[in-house]
Design a protein around this ligand. Sequence first.
Ligand SMILES: *[C@@H]1O[C@H](CO)[C@@H](O)[C@H](O)[C@H]1NC(C)=O
Ligand SMILES: *[C@@H]1O[C@H](CO)[C@@H](O)[C@H](O)[C@H]1NC(C)=O
Ligand SMILES: *[C@@H]1O[C@H](CO)[C@@H](O)[C@H](O)[C@H]1NC(C)=O
Length: 422
Amino acid sequence: MNSRALFTRTSLVLLALLLCLLDYGKIGIGHYASAQTVRLPLKKVYLRDPIKVDQHELESEEEAARRGLSTQNVTMTNYLDVQYYASLLIGDSKHSQTFIWDTGSTLLWIPLNNCSSCPSSNKHTPSGSWSNTGVRYTITYAVGEVSGVIANDNVYLTSSSGASMQLLGVDTVSADLGGLQADGVLGMGPAISSGRPGTLLVEQLKNAGVIGANTFSVEYTFRDETSSILLGGFDTSKVASESAFSWIDLKTTSHWTVPLKKMQYGSTQISIDADGGTLDTGTSLTLFQTADFTNLWAKITEGKTCGYLSGTSTRACQCNSTSDFEEILFQFTGYNAYMPVSAYITFIDNSVSQDLCTFSIDSYSGDLGNIVLLGDSFLREYYIYHDVDGKRVGLYGRTTSSSHLLTYTTLAALLVFCNFLA
Ligand SMILES: *[C@@H]1O[C@H](CO)[C@@H](O)[C@H](O)[C@H]1NC(C)=O
Ligand SMILES: *[C@@H]1O[C@H](CO)[C@@H](O)[C@H](O)[C@H]1NC(C)=O
Ligand SMILES: *[C@@H]1O[C@H](CO)[C@@H](O)[C@H](O)[C@H]1NC(C)=O
């Protein structure tokens, strides 16, 4: 097999595995009658010890976090840098299932034993603690949808720490989610829109006393490092203090969306319609609405030989080094977030002809409401602190390895995987 065919095949596989799990609010089939969840107003807990109050010694969350107060550290499995997942234990059987921890949606869904269209074979059989509401509901993601029945059950991080959750027991999954590597999806959006079902795991764990604060931090990395989500705080060995983050208030609480003022490619401003950037761990790439992407792509490809990998919809250019490209700047209110070249291109080591690189930025079609979808390829550059009650996110720049060469070894491994799937 010549190398060209090898690349083509590989790209096709990768394409099928990319996710775009943004629940953008389309009302699904079925009807959810009323909001059955009582949401308790939560106050931030700054104090632990009443004696300290008398002495006027307030302990901040960060000080408490430094003492190791009630955080839970979850190590994520990284599937080819395009899907990140970790397990939860479901129900009183404490059945382990894996989930994409998705900041772009709010509902937890698990595949049920009567789901024949579910891509996973690890399905859940409801047991004693399962309580079915009988209400059917559909989650519509930017790509794909799932349907099932709203139920209540206990969900555990470890066998001894868990909380009660309202979730979706899924019996139908659309074919475009066939590449999902996890069994289900855990929605981690900042708030559940009114009239929608579900409970938020972080809030429930906080209420149950498992974690100390209604916050979580995401550190997604390339495969050569460990990815993790810390529930209830941030890792003070990685970011020294809360003030070390650059804080951005959310534009809307339906998603982790921050106001986007301006975008640049190198020093050139790119004309965009988008006025928000949505942080979404459930989306593999960084995606722009079509017109915005067209403007950016024109700059990126200026003076270069670019096109598609033959027979695929994967964009590629001839390129020799990262210096052929420039970094992308997102100007949020009060903070410039950079996406370095190494974050959005992947070199394909092509010994036969001119080297090629592919991109982890692309366009989405359809109307998600003037946003740039900041997926895993953007998120890997930052340690991100999600403050649910404060309705804000803190970004802290990580330093990542400078280039990620897709070698023949990797390609061969992918090809084996592809044959296995077929
Ligand atoms: C699948 O099982 C659930 C839970 O027992 C039930 O509510 C749902 O109606 C079933 N779906 C189908 C298609 O039978
Ligand atoms: C959480 O786990 C990750 C990966 O195993 C590790 O790098 C990190 O230091 C841990 N953080 C805390 C606070 O335990
Ligand atoms: C890459 O390097 C080769 C050989 O030095 C050169 O011919 C080619 O023009 C370069 N391509 C780009 C896109 O810079």
